[in-house]
Design a protein around this ligand. Structure first.
Ligand code: SF4
Length: 377
């Protein structure tokens, strides 16, 4: 099998891991090699600043000895299998890099003979890229479940970002659906990665993926876990992956079930509220609850808290502005700036980025409600 044929298999196999991209192939990618419109394995990742980054997202191998019931690559599942030699994968990556088709690499793998043996091969790939070929682009390495601390340490040194997938919140779900994984060791990998980054004088850049809709976890469970990990500095970002039914298993939704994509979107919105808007998970949900699907979580919070509104844009502090539907951190900062310059008017709000159709019921300006013909401005 040629390396490009392996890429067909191992690029597609990586599409199930959302811990860097959150999305699949994108039509926004550049025209590709050999006249093909798209290449397997190229995905768009979004950076924290919102920039889109085309990445080669690929598995080193999809031969797995684990039996995670929700995974297409599990031992015993049908489907083509392949594995790259580190040097082969480096050649593929450098070719795509030279042709400006990618700006980085996301490298993951199934657990072939053991976590450490596969992780060693991933690190050999990363060493070749970084040290032998001077690859300076974005490099994201997956920490395989059960990897030894010294390998985690080296991954942190070589990579721009590392991730360790927690998969589920509850240990019981993990035991049922991923019998070889241990929650304690998955969390320990994040702790070890953080320590390695701090020791190396790097700011820890750690992500994880959880699977939504495969087990009994509620949105409350996911957001509570996310907030706790953010507060401990163990996570930069949690990625939510709507479960794609790939197998028949008594503990999984039936293969006919549609992936819960709206639920996934609401979780991303709520996660933004935790990371950037000063909300806590307790404010958004009670134990056992899921987010409403028919409106975004901030709007749902505003509807439940009429006592908080209206917020006067001419006086409210930044933290209160952030709670108004239709206002984000950038818009709130612009409002403060316009206030300092004395130029805050209803007519100018749209220019500042305020989404008036959403914000109007919740705001005042110097004690006045927005005019009803606000959409004209
Ligand atoms: S370890 Fe589990 S999730 Fe990862 S590739 Fe193997 S079966 Fe899939």
């Amino acid at each position: 099998m040629t390396p490009w044929e392996k890429l067909e298999i191992l690029g597609a196999a990586a599409s199930y891991d959302h811990s860097c991209t959150g999305t699949g192939l994108s039509p926004e990618l550049p025209a590709t090699l050999e006249g093909r419109r798209r290449l397997p394995g190229i995905y768009l990742a979004q950076t924290s600043s919102g920039r889109k980054l085309p990445l080669l997202k690929v598995l080193l191998t999809n031969r797995c000895r684990f039996h995670c019931a929700y995974c297409v690559n599990r031992a015993g599942a049908s489907g083509p299998r392949a594995a790259f030699e580190p040097r082969e994968l480096v050649e593929v990556a450098l070719e795509l890099w030279r042709r400006r088709l990618i700006q980085g690499v996301f490298l993951s793998a199934a657990v072939e003979r053991s976590a450490d043996e596969t992780m060693e091969r991933m690190l050999a790939t990363a060493r070749l890229l970084r040290r032998s070929y001077g690859f300076s682009g974005y490099l994201h390495l997956k920490i395989l479940p059960g990897s030894s601390p010294e390998l985690i340490k080296e991954a942190v040194h070589l990579a721009t970002r590392v991730s360790a997938n927690l998969e589920f919140v509850r240990g019981a779900t993990l035991r049922r659906l991923a019998p070889e994984k241990e929650k304690r060791r998955l969390v320990a990998a994040l702790v070890q990665a953080r320590e390695a980054a701090l020791e190396a004088g790097k700011s820890p850049s750690l992500t994880t993926q959880v699977i939504v809709g495969a087990g009994p976890e509620t949105d409350y469970d996911y957001l509570r876990l996310a907030q706790n990990l953010y507060r401990q500095g163990l996570l930069s970002r949690m990625y939510f992956s709507a479960y794609l039914p790939v197998s028949r298993h008594p503990a999984l939704p039936s293969p006919e079930t549609l992936p819960p994509v709206i639920r996934e979107r609401r979780l991303y919105q709520a996660d933004y509220l935790l990371r950037l808007y000063g909300f806590t998970y307790e404010e958004l949900l009670a134990p056992g609850e899921n987010l409403p699907l028919d409106r975004d979580p901030k709007e749902a919070w505003a509807e439940r808290h009429p006592e908080f509104f209206p917020v006067d844009l001419a006086q409210a502090p930044y933290e209160e502005l952030l709670r108004v539907p239709g206002l984000g951190p950038k818009t709130a900062r612009r409002i403060l700036q316009a206030r300092r310059e004395g130029g805050l008017t209803f007519e100018g709000l749209r220019r500042l980025g305020v989404r008036l159709s959403r914000a109007a019921p919740y705001i005042l300006l110097r004690g006045r409600r927005p005019p009803t013909n606000l959409h004209l401005f």
